[in-house]
Write a protein that binds this ligand. Structure first.
Ligand code: GCB
Length: 596
C-alpha cells in the first residue's frame, strides 16, 4: 500500500476531525456581511474546566451553554456577562500582562443581533484561531478547527436566530508533540482569535470559490475555474475584466463547476508595475469583485524568470510580529508598517515565515509589488511518520492554497523549514509537494533546507531538493556555524541545476549596543556578518535570491539572555521599537547596487 493511501485510510479510521473542512469562501472581504470584531467577553480556563468534568470527560454542560443562575440557590460557577474582555482580532498574550506566558484555553463570547434575509444563506468566517477552536452558536456546536494560521468557515443558515444570538468559541493553544507546528519553535505561541471574525451573507446560490491566474508560461492565456454552491448550480456566468476589455462567458456543470481558458492582452504584474485588474465574476444570483494581478514565474536551469525575464530576489524574512507594539500583527497598519520597511530596504521579495500570514498582508503585497514566499508551519521536528500529523499539515496547506491562490504576489509555496533528513520526512514532504502541483501548477515550490559542511566546502545536497523547483537553504555562517572571519574561505557546491535562495542567514544584535566587530550582540558584529555574507553569496553561481533573517526583532521563548534578549530574538535588522541597526543600511546598500 502506498504511503499516501495508508495515510488516508489510517486517518479516516482514527481521526475525529473531518477529513476536509467546509470549503473556504473566497475573498471574504469582498462579500456582504457583518464584522464580529471588537470586544469579546472571555473566561480564562487554565484547567479546561469549562470543557472537561472532574473525571476529565467532556462536559455536556460546558461553558458553551452560557448558563445563568435562575435563582439564588443555583450553582453556576462562571458568568460571561460579568467577565473581562479581549479585543478580536488579537492575541491574548499581548493584551494582558497575566496572559503573557499563558498557554491553554480561553473561552470567548460575543453577543450579536441578526435579522435573517429571506432566501439568503449565512456563514461564520474566522480568519484564524491559534491553535484549536470549538465553535458554538446559541449553545449548539457548529464545528471545530485545528491549525493556528489559516481561515475556516461554517454555514449557520439553519442555526441563526432572528434577533439576539451569542457565539462562544473555546480556543486552546497548548503546544502538542503531534501538532503542526510541534512543541518546539522559535516564535511566540500567540493564542486566541488572532484574526477577524465575520458573518458572510450570500444568496441561495453563490460563487463560493474561483481561481484566476495566467496559464503556466503563457503571458496571454488566462486560466482558472469557478465553483458555485447552492441549488441552481448550472448557470451561465461572466468573467469580466473591464480594463482589459474582457467579458468571457463561462457555463457551470451540474456540480456548479466550470473551468475556463481564454486569451487576453494584459499588462503584467511586477514589482516595478504592480498592476492589478478589477475582476468581476457575475452569476445570475451573485457577483463577486476582486483585484487580481497577472504574471508568470518559472525557472530556466538555475535562473528564476518573472514574466520571462531573469530576476534576482532581493528579499527579507518577516514574522507576523507587530512592529512598535507587542503581539501578532493583525491590523492594516501593522501590515503596512512591515511591508513599507521591506520596501525601504530595497526588497522586491519577502519570505512570510513560518506560517501563512493574514490575508490582508498578501493583498497589500499584491498592491505594493512585493513578491512573496508563503509557507506552512511544517517546522523542525514534527512527527513525520504520524498519519494524523500529515493530514493536519495537508489541511493547513490546502487552506493556505485555497485562500491565497489569486494573489499574483505569491510566487513560491514552501512546504517546510529545516526539517531533518530521513525517509519519513521525505515521503511526507513529497506528499505535500504533490498536493500543490495538483492544485496550483502556476507557482514554484520550495522548502528551507539545511546544508552539509565538509571542511571548507558547503554542500547543497538535501535529497528533498530533487522534488523542489527552487532550493531554499538556511545557513548561519558567522553566528551558529563558524566564525565570521572564516566566511571568505568557504566554497559552495550545488548538486542541482536549480535556482538557490538563501532563505536565512543572520546574526543577533541589540540595537544601540556598540563595540568591536568580534563582540557578540553588538551592531558591529551583526553588520560584519552581513558584509561578509554579501561578499560570499555573490560568488554562488546559482544564487537567485536571499531572504536574510529577519526584518524585525521578534518575541521568542527560546531567547532568555537578560539585558540583551529578554525573550526577543535579536536577529532583526530593526528593533522592536522601530530602530534600524547598522546591518539594515548595509543590506540596503547592497540592494541599491543590485538595482543600478
Ligand atoms: C532558524 C529558524 C528560525 C530561527 C532562526 C534563529 O534556522 O528557521 O525560525 O528563528 O534560525 O534565529 O535561530
Amino acid at each position: 500500500m502506498s504511503f499516501i493511501i495508508s495515510i488516508i485510510l489510517i486517518t479516516i479510521l482514527s481521526s475525529n476531525l473531518p477529513a476536509q473542512n467546509e470549503p473556504l469562501i473566497q475573498n471574504p472581504d469582498g462579500r456582504h456581511g457583518l464584522s464580529l470584531d471588537g470586544a469579546w467577553q472571555i473566561i480564562i480556563d487554565p484547567y479546561d474546566n469549562g470543557y472537561y468534568d472532574y473525571r476529565y470527560q467532556p462536559r455536556g454542560d460546558g461553558y458553551f451553554l452560557n448558563q445563568k443562575s435562575r435563582s439564588e440557590s443555583d450553582l453556576i460557577e462562571y458568568d460571561f456577562d460579568r467577565s473581562e474582555t479581549l479585543n478580536v482580532p488579537g492575541d491574548w498574550n499581548s493584551q494582558q500582562v497575566k496572559l503573557f506566558l499563558y498557554e491553554g484555553t480561553i473561552w470567548y463570547k460575543k453577543d450579536f443581533q441578526y435579522h435573517q434575509q429571506p432566501g439568503h444563506r449565512l456563514f461564520l468566517y474566522f480568519g484564524a484561531a491559534n491553535y484549536a477552536a470549538q465553535v458554538y452558536l446559541n449553545s449548539q456546536k457548529i464545528g471545530e478547527h485545528i491549525g493556528g494560521f489559516t481561515p475556516f468557515n461554517f454555514e449557520i443558515t439553519d442555526r441563526i436566530m432572528d434577533g439576539n444570538n451569542f457565539l462562544i468559541v473555546r480556543v486552546n493553544d497548548q503546544r502538542r508533540r503531534e501538532g503542526v507546528p510541534t512543541l518546539n519553535t522559535d516564535w511566540w505561541n500567540y493564542g486566541g482569535l488572532t484574526r477577524s471574525v465575520r458573518l458572510i451573507e450570500t444568496p441561495q446560490t453563490f460563487i463560493r470559490d474561483y481561481f484566476i491566474q495566467l496559464k503556466k508560461n503563457s503571458r496571454d492565456t488566462i486560466q482558472g475555474w469557478i465553483q458555485l454552491d447552492g441549488n441552481s448550480l448550472k448557470q451561465s456566468l461572466k468573467v469580466n475584466i473591464p480594463a482589459a476589455g474582457i467579458s468571457q462567458k463561462v457555463v457551470t456543470n451540474e456540480q456548479g463547476y466550470a473551468e475556463f481558458t481564454f486569451k487576453g492582452k494584459l499588462e503584467l504584474w511586477s514589482p516595478e508595475n504592480p498592476k492589478l485588474y478589477d475582476v468581476e465574476i457575475a452569476a445570475k444570483s451573485d457577483t463577486v469583485l476582486d483585484r487580481i494581478g497577472f504574471r508568470t514565474i518559472s525557472c530556466d536551469g538555475a535562473k528564476l524568470l518573472l514574466n520571462g525575464s531573469p530576476i534576482f530576489l532581493r528579499g527579507v524574512s518577516i514574522h507576523e510580529q507587530t512592529p512598535l507594539r507587542e503581539g501578532r500583527a493583525c491590523t492594516a497598519a501593522d501590515d503596512r508598517r512591515l511591508l513599507t520597511w521591506a520596501k525601504e530596504l530595497g526588497c522586491n521579495f519577502v519570505r512570510l515565515a513560518h506560517y501563512p500570514h493574514n490575508e490582508p498582508m498578501l493583498r497589500l503585497a499584491d498592491e505594493m509589488g512585493l513578491m512573496v514566499w508563503s509557507e506552512i508551519p511544517v517546522y523542525w521536528t514534527i512527527l513525520f511518520d504520524n498519519p494524523e500529523v500529515y493530514q493536519n499539515a495537508s489541511r493547513q496547506l490546502s487552506e493556505m492554497l485555497s485562500r491565497d491562490k489569486n494573489r499574483a504576489a505569491i510566487i513560491i509555496w514552501s512546504v517546510g523549514n529545516e526539517t531533518p533528513r530521513g525517509d519519513a520526512r521525505l515521503e511526507f514532504l513529497k506528499g505535500l509537494i504533490g498536493q500543490i502541483r495538483e492544485y496550483d501548477p502556476t507557482r514554484l515550490i520550495s522548502a528551507a533546507t539545511e546544508l552539509n559542511y565538509s571542511d571548507n566546502t558547503i554542500m547543497i545536497n538535501d535529497p528533498l531538493s530533487n522534488y523542489l523547483d527552487v532550493i531554499g537553504a538556511n545557513e548561519y555562517l558567522g553566528w551558529y556555524v563558524r566564525k565570521p572571519e572564516e566566511i571568505p574561505l568557504l566554497a559552495w557546491k550545488n548538486t542541482y541545476a536549480k535556482p538557490l535562495i538563501i532563505s536565512e542567514f543572520g546574526a543577533g544584535a541589540k540595537f544601540g549596543y556598540h563595540g568591536k566587530p568580534i563582540t557578540r550582540w553588538t551592531e558591529e558584529y551583526q553588520n560584519r556578518v552581513y558584509e561578509l555574507q554579501i561578499e560570499m553569496l555573490q560568488k554562488i553561481p546559482c544564487l537567485a535570491g536571499i531572504t536574510p533573517w529577519i526584518l524585525t526583532d521578534f518575541r521568542s521563548p527560546r531567547r532568555p539572555l537578560p539585558e540583551i534578549q529578554d525573550f526577543w530574538n535579536r536577529k532583526g535588522l530593526i528593533s522592536e521599537k522601530g530602530e534600524k541597526k547598522m546591518a539594515f543600511y548595509t543590506l540596503q546598500k547592497f540592494y541599491q547596487q543590485l538595482q543600478q
